[in-house]
Every structure is written in structure tokens, then in C-alpha cells.
Design a protein around this ligand. Structure first.
Ligand code: ATP
Ligand code: MG
Length: 235
């Protein structure tokens, strides 16, 4: 990995008195796609929420060398960090297109991405552009959430279980979306539970267990390490 774009060191995270992250260390380079795997409840979502300033934390989260801990969510987003949360986060009363436009950093600001790019990635969104987002199917709402974050033109994007509960055909479109991010040099942290998609798309993989990183390596390393898969991934 070249110089890290984002570097998390000794991160401890808390929900009230409950100590959930126990010293997470993780780094992502420019243009890298990295997956964060692990079983239910190990702290994957808490890690990405911590980067967005949504969890009480100690330790360090540096983005382009500048500390993010202590900043507000909107300040972190303004620095170029995008986040697609687990729950599909849309404005139900607004149309698909209005939701997309609201995702822009500043209306009219120069961006890598246009509305047309979004409609090319997910043609279904174009068909539904004037429909209220609240009546979309779960899969369509997921596409909309992915695209709305992209409209903010992030340099680094964290995506929490984007394919959960989606039909195989939509999973394929999400995989294409991830490929497109890779082609445009955007760094990605993909939180997943599915090993197959992580192996296919990532350059490096971290595995979490009990609030800390228990494995770090390439997809090939993880493929050849049945012990780690058995202890930390398989159910
Ligand atoms: N808002 C919250 N308040 C208190 N505890 C929480 C909260 N959110 C998560 N936790 C707890 O923190 C731990 C880590 O949760 P987290 O959501 O990070 O897990 P995860 O790895 O994303 O897994 P999954 O998405 O499958 O639940 C779990 O024990 C969970 O119960
Ligand atoms: Mg989660």
C-alpha cells in the first residue's frame, strides 16, 4: 500500500458504558478497495460510524494526515468522506431525482459524477426519477442511497453491507457500481458479510472479531487460510 489516505489507530468505541471497539488498526491507500469482514455484532458498523463522528471514541482517525476525531459528521463529509449506512437512508417524500440532487456537495459544484452517470449505473432509477422515494422497493432504495452518496463526490467511500437482502440481479449491478468506483480511483471500505464479493473486488481484506482486527491480508491470503475463515467468518 502507498501512503495511507485514511489511517485508523488504536480506536476504542463506546455506546454509553458499553465498550465495543477494542483498539482497531486499519489503513486504506489511495485508489484501494478494502473489505472489512466479520460475523454479526463484531463491530464493523461501529467502526465506519466512528469515522463519520457518530460514536464516542478514543484513538486516532487520520484522513490525508488530518485528525477526524472530534469533528462533526458534516465536516467529515466536506473533507471528502462518503458513507452509505446499513439502513437505507432516503428522503421518502422527495422524488428519486430530488434525493440525488440533495446529495450534491454544493449545487452546481464540479463533480466527477452527473445524474446521467447514476442513471447509467442503475437504469431503474431513471425510470423512477419522478417517483417519491418512499414508495420504491428495498433494492431501489439501496440503489438510491448508493447514488446519493456518490453525488457528494467523495474521494473515499464507506459502504455498509450494500447487497444485504437484494436479489441476485441487483447484487450484480451493485458489483458494477463498485467496479466503477475502482476505475475512477475512489478509495472504498466495503463492509460485508459475503466472502465471495469481498474476494472478488478487494485488494486487501481485514477480518474483525470481538471489536478488533484479527486478520489482514490479500484475498489470496484469506483463501489459503482456512483457520481464519473457520474461526472468524463461517457460521
Ligand atoms: N446504538 C447502539 N447502542 C448500544 N450498543 C450497540 C449500538 N449499536 C451496536 N451496538 C452493539 O455493538 C456491537 C457491535 O455492533 P455493530 O453494529 O458494530 O456490529 P456489526 O459488526 O456491524 O454487525 P451487524 O451489522 O451484523 O450487526 C454489538 O454488540 C451491538 O449489539
Ligand atoms: Mg453492521
Amino acid at each position: 500500500m502507498a501512503a495511507a489516505l485514511i489511517e485508523i489507530k488504536d480506536l476504542h468505541g463506546f455506546y454509553g458504558k458499553s465498550h465495543v471497539l477494542h483498539g482497531v488498526d486499519l489503513a486504506i491507500g489511495s485508489g484501494e478497495i478494502v473489505s472489512l469482514l466479520g460475523r454479526n455484532g463484531v463491530g464493523r458498523s461501529t467502526t465506519v460510524k466512528s469515522v463519520m463522528g457518530q460514536v464516542k471514541c478514543t484513538g486516532s482517525i487520520r484522513f490525508r494526515g488530518a485528525e477526524l476525531l472530534g469533528l462533526k459528521g458534516f465536516e467529515i463529509a466536506q473533507k471528502g468522506v462518503g458513507y452509505v449506512p446499513e439502513n437505507r437512508d432516503i428522503f421518502p417524500r422527495l422524488t428519486v431525482e430530488q434525493n440525488l440532487i440533495l446529495g450534491e456537495k454544493k449545487p452546481g459544484a464540479k463533480s466527477r459524477w452527473s445524474l446521467d452517470d447514476m442513471y447509467r449505473l442503475f437504469p431503474r432509477l431513471e425510470e423512477r426519477r419522478n417517483t417519491s422515494a418512499g414508495v420504491l422497493s428495498g433494492g431501489e432504495q439501496q440503489m438510491l442511497t448508493l447514488c446519493r452518496t456518490l453525488m457528494g463526490d467523495p474521494d473515499f467511500i464507506m459502504i455498509d453491507e450494500p447487497t444485504e437482502g437484494l436479489a441476485p440481479k441487483i447484487v450484480e449491478q451493485v458489483a458494477r457500481y463498485l467496479e466503477e468506483l475502482k476505475n475512477r480511483g475512489i478509495s472504498v471500505l466495503l463492509v460485508e458479510q459475503k466472502l465471495a464479493i469481498a474476494l472478488e473486488i478487494s485488494q486487501r481484506i481485514y477480518v474483525m472479531g470481538h471489536g478488533a482486527i484479527v486478520f489482514e491480508g490479500t484475498p489470496a491470503d484469506l483463501k489459503s487460510n482456512a483457520g481464519v475463515r473457520k474461526e472468524w467468518l463461517e457460521v
